[in-house]
Design a binder for this molecule. Structure first.
Ligand SMILES: Cc1cc2nc3c(=O)[nH]c(=O)nc-3n(C[C@H](O)[C@H](O)[C@H](O)COP(=O)(O)OP(=O)(O)OC[C@H]3O[C@@H](n4cnc5c(N)ncnc54)[C@H](O)[C@@H]3O)c2cc1C
Length: 205
């Protein structure tokens, strides 16, 4: 079976933002027939949040409402899907890419992995590195991975959201997710790129 192009582990602020931004490029000629999968087990910190300071989000929005909006936004793109499952293990496939073992008994293969599991726990087995203390997390139990300026930990392995070291604000976690997507898209495009849409002019008047 053809490997999925990107599996994002964690569908909170960072992971969903990464998936939405990746999928929004699906009409670019260089996107080809790539596929994006977000794996999530519904433990986002957003489930506890009431947002009055997230830019562009109406004040009083609950985090659960925002998660649902982002999930619907992801689902609107034909190249993306959300799998409700817990990832148990990630390891390099002997040929190329990775295989991700899920608690639903499947082990999908993919070419690129984005880790976006938040900064409170680390449960995945199989990687050669472990997270270290988060630089901006306050509590000593908060976790982050080292990465380069493109949020890349090692070849084809990225980190997004708070696990990449950002402070705990929705805008920061989702912003890092979008930046990771732009880095991956730029690799696919073979040049620096980003995805902008513009309104279609109304010709009726
Ligand atoms: C009580 C509270 C109030 C907050 N209020 C605000 C606020 O007012 N304004 C603001 O800007 N920010 C607020 N935040 C912060 C905001 O919620 C976080 O910054 C943001 O959710 C972090 O995004 P993330 O993607 O890094 O992690 P999360 O959103 O926590 O997402 C991580 C996701 O990874 C999934 N996951 C983890 N491990 C696995 C696995 N092995 N397999 C599959 N899925 C996995 C989890 O289920 C989760 O959905 C608040 C947070 C809390 C806790």
């Amino acid at each position: 079976m053809t490997p999925i192009d990107v599996i994002i582990i964690g569908g909170g602020a960072g992971g969903l933002s990464c998936g939405i931004t990746l999928a929004s490029a699906h009409q670019k000629s260089w996107f080809d027939d790539r596929r994006i999968v977000v794996v999530d087990d519904d433990r986002s910190d957003l489930n506890q949040a009431l947002l009055n300071n997230a830019p562009g989000i109406p004040m009083g929005t609950t985090g659960t409402m925002l998660l649902e909006t982002m999930r619907q936004q992801l689902a609107a793109f034909p190249v993306a899907s959300l799998v409700e499952a817990r990832a148990l293990r990630v390891r390099r496939h002997p040929e190329s890419g990775f295989e991700v073992a899920l608690d639903n008994g499947t082990t999908p293969r993919c070419l690129t992995v984005v880790l976006a599991t938040g900064y409170k726990r680390w449960e995945l087995e199989g990687l050669s590195t472990d997270p270290c203390r988060h630089p901006r997390g306050g509590k000593p139990t908060r976790l982050a991975f080292d990465h380069d300026e493109a949020y890349c930990m090692e070849s084809d392995l990225y980190v997004a959201g708070l696990l990449a070291g950002g402070s705990s604000q929705f805008a920061i976690a989702s912003g890092i997710g979008a930046q990771v997507a732009v880095e991956i898209l730029s690799g696919w495009a073979g040049k620096r790129t980003h995805v902008h849409d513009v309104p279609v002019p109304d010709k009726s008047s």
